[in-house]
Design a protein around this ligand. Structure first.
Ligand SMILES: [Zn+2]
Length: 66
């Protein structure tokens, strides 16, 4: 699995969590979008989506030892 960058604009950090969301006005029921979020922006992105009722769930990315 490739490293996913944080979805916050301008942020170059790698994600620690994935955020699953859907805009019910433009997405069908089974269609979801996935954002990456670094620890710093996780709360921001969840809040952003929650306020619009787009937020579905967040998933922690398990880091593999390298
Ligand atoms: Zn970030």
């Amino acid at each position: 699995m490739s490293e996913q960058k944080c979805s916050r604009a301008g942020c170059q950090q790698s994600s620690s969590n994935l955020i699953i969301w859907r805009n019910p006005r433009i997405h069908k029921q089974e269609r979801t979008k996935t954002w990456g979020a670094c620890p710093e922006h996780l709360d921001y992105l969840v809040d952003y989506l929650s306020q619009r009722n787009f937020f579905l769930e967040q998933v922690e990315i398990e880091k593999e030892d390298q």
